[in-house]
Design a protein around this ligand. Structure first.
Ligand code: PMP
Ligand code: GLN
Length: 375
């Protein structure tokens, strides 16, 4: 019998495959199409000849751990203990899976907001625990009253994604205040804060769980160098958590992967000496603004985008097809691939919305927008 009977092939795989089949511009799966910084590829070439091809320590390459600690202090003012509070993972996905396996027991409940990115529910189900989906407000802010009503002494974890994939909404201090109030009443509950788009926020600085003194002792924060350094295929991320949680997380990590790709960790460690990850915000803001301005003359209506490299758009004025069907036709007839937003909802709620990834070179964004203006 299947352990995950309702899981099918991810929409990101489906749409990227379809984009390739029809030779469409792929704005579906989220990944940059512009070349990686030459400084990084030169580092890879140089270090590939060095003796770095064997297992690294289980928690990560020590100089990289130091750099993550320095980055966390610089970005969020949080001082962490390198040896005990950081774990390098094979992408955020493995970090999230590992944290959930380590923390959640059978019959526990885990609050997952709706809509949400797709990698939270399956690990919860594999723990024999129950995901409790809590709808976001219509403007994609978190409805803390609903969260509070959904919580009980069975609630082990809440998973929050800030900035939010797919809607681009972000959390503010009031959100954290509400969360702390709820968690104060439930001493066993912990926060899993997926912040992979932490350096892609617009018009405001990212508010990380790392900056919330009253939360950090009960929070696991997830980051991804895939997003922050434009290298999604490298699959390197990291977790930050207090030692008492990290001890448990490491027990799972050592049997899931033991340690993570050595060349990539060493390369990133050197690269962090010569780049500032904080600077990626500006170029993504330009891309967002370019894409939004190009779509002004289309029939799509654009939702706000405060962070991430995704733009959500309504096609309600264009078609009354389901969003899945609309996305298929968009590839086949118009040569652009997007993601139907229903795939982020527990019950496939269809709001006539699609998600476009704007982590693309300007040429691609201009070509895609030209096609989208014909729809
Ligand atoms: N969380 C969110 C919200 C994401 O969008 C992604 C996307 N890729 C991940 C986690 C996984 O990141 P990684 O590729 O580092 O595993
Ligand atoms: N996070 C990426 C997105 O939202 C997809 C990554 C994947 O394909 N698993 O598009």
């Amino acid at each position: 019998m299947s352990k995950l009977p309702n899981v099918t092939t991810s929409i990101f795989t489906v749409m990227s495959k379809m984009a390739a089949e029809y030779n469409a511009i792929n704005l579906s799966q989220g990944f940059p199409n512009f070349p990686v910084d030459e400084k990084l590829t030169n580092i890879v070439k140089k270090i590939a000849t060095e003796n770095i091809h064997q297992y690294l320590p289980m928690t990560g390459y020590p100089p990289l751990l130091d750099k993550i600690a320095a980055l966390t202090q610089k970005s969020y003012g949080r001082k962490i203990t390198t040896e005990t509070e950081i774990l390098v993972t094979a992408g955020a996905t493995q970090g999230i899976f590992t944290a959930i396996q380590a923390m959640v027991n059978s019959n526990d409940e885990v609050i997952i907001l709706d809509p949400s990115y797709d990698c939270y529910v399956a690990p919860v189900l594999l723990c024999n625990a129950t995901p409790i989906r809590v709808p976001l407000n219509d403007d994609y802010t978190i409805n803390w009253k609903s969260v509070e009503s959904a919580c009980s002494n069975k609630t082990k974890m809440i998973i929050v994604n800030n900035p939010h994939n797919p809607t681009g909404s972000t959390l503010h201090q009031d959100d954290f205040n509400s969360l702390v109030k709820i968690m104060d009443a439930l001493p066993d509950m912990i926060l899993l804060s997926d912040e992979v788009y932490e350096y892609i926020t617009f018009e405001q600085n990212h508010l990380s769980a790392n900056s919330q003194h009253t939360l950090v002792n009960r929070a696991i924060v997830v980051s991804s160098f895939g997003k922050s350094l434009h290298i999604t295929g490298w699959k390197i991320g990291y977790l930050i958590a207090p030692e008492h949680l990290m001890i448990e997380i490491k027990k799972v990590h050592q049997y899931l992967v033991f340690s993570v790709n050595s060349i990539c960790q060493v390369a990133i460690s050197h690269y962090l000496d010569v780049v500032s990850v904080e600077n990626i915000r500006e170029s993504y803001q330009q891309k967002r603004d370019l894409f939004r301005s190009l779509l002004q003359s289309s029939r799509f209506e654009l939702l706000p985008c405060q962070g991430t490299y995704f733009q959500v758009a309504s096609y309600a004025k264009i078609s009354d097809q389901s969003d899945v069907e609309f996305c298929k036709q968009l590839v086949i007839k118009h040569g652009v691939a997007a993601i139907p937003i229903s795939s982020f909802y527990e019950n496939g709620k269809d709001l006539k919305l699609v998600r476009f990834c704007f982590a693309k070179d300007d040429e691609t964004l201009i070509a895609a927008a030209e096609k989208l203006c014909q729809v």
